[in-house]
Design a protein around this ligand. Sequence first.
Ligand code: GLU
Length: 448
Amino acid sequence: MSNVKVRFAPSPTGNLHVGNLRTALVNYLFARSQGGNFMLRIDDTDTERSTAAFEASIRTDLEWMGMHQDSEDRQSERLGQYDAALQRLLTDGRAYACYETPEELALKRKAQLSAGRPPVYDRAALKLNDDQKAAFEAEGRRPHFRFLLNDAEVAWHDMVRGDVAYHMSSLSDPVLFREDGRVIYTMASVVDDIDHAITHIIRGEDHVTNSAAQIQLFKALGARAPEMGHVALLAGADGEGLSKRLGSLSIGQLRDEGMQPAAIASLLARIGTADPVVPQPVLGDIVDGFDLSRFGRATAKFDPAELAQINARVIQQLDFAAVETDLVAAGVGGGAPFWQAVRDNLGTVAEAADWWSVCTAPVTPVIEAEAQAVTNAAADLLPEGDLPADIWGDWTRAVAAQTGVKGRGLFMPLRLALTGRQKGPEIAPLLSFMGRARVIERLRGNTA
Ligand code: GLU
């Protein structure tokens, strides 16, 4: 193993949706492509909104995707480390206590904005002397703590965005701890990344500003900031930003809709890059072509219709062993031969059940008046015995010879009579599952 270590750090305050799954996947693929460690970090310091059920659902989704973590940790078990880090910053003069209420802060911002100034925190609390602080405490106010940013430019070479620079004078000193004593993500994340020896932080571009401040925080805590990569956010196919439905489209929903994990991974690993999406049935194979530098800065477009197409193309490549459990659960028989007969025509694996029922449950044939000569001849000329797929050629040639009908005029009536549908898998390998008696009944126009 290399020393590369990345983390996916979900807050268990909701289900995973395509956007956060993409962040997880990019981290996973990066770790695997570098022979590194993929860590799962549960960011559960928001005790009001974090739930065990959301955490369980995140774990289920990652497992279903086949994205196994090599290590894990949770923030709620590391509160002592965050307190110690705050003490260190206070001692070094890089953190300071503030007593403004949210209302007072809102008023300040309003005044700054109406004076045409950026709403950057004015550091009034930095000037408080001990008596003033004691007076606030006596009033019953509890302090929140801010990080004192250095008034300097922070620049880094972003693995996705290239050279990025921020001047800290445009940012407010970030809050590290709230007045109720709860640590804020900005702080907890840096302390964790240091303790866990994270080498690369890969996350969405909504964190770029955070990163600028956090780079200073890493330094203030005596560490070097990891490499950073901020991937562009996802937008809907119209480029408009993820619609409400797409934005909240959970992985559980995609699973229920029959999307294969490999199809989701094939798409999410490539959208936002200049590379074509290649439907890969095995997650490990996606690792091979993975290169973070291929990701561009433009918003990546997520189109559920594209996912459905990739899904169909992944299903065409799935071996029977990969779907056996699902097929058996759905009551589909016929083993590998049946799966091979239908898999090219499926939008989802579950649709195999429709074709199983077309083969094994009563179907009302559709036979147009002018097609009766064809279907009757087909019934008359059906070879004796079992119906392996290779009877098809001789049989249909015999029907063509007798009726003088060829091509579509021959095959469509057979399809409509035997399946009741205009479209579907090749008929030849389905005959043996229908069985002789049923084939003859249907060709004669009887429900069977
Ligand atoms: N819990 C944070 C989030 O979900 C993690 C961000 C990060 O990767 O640092 O946004």
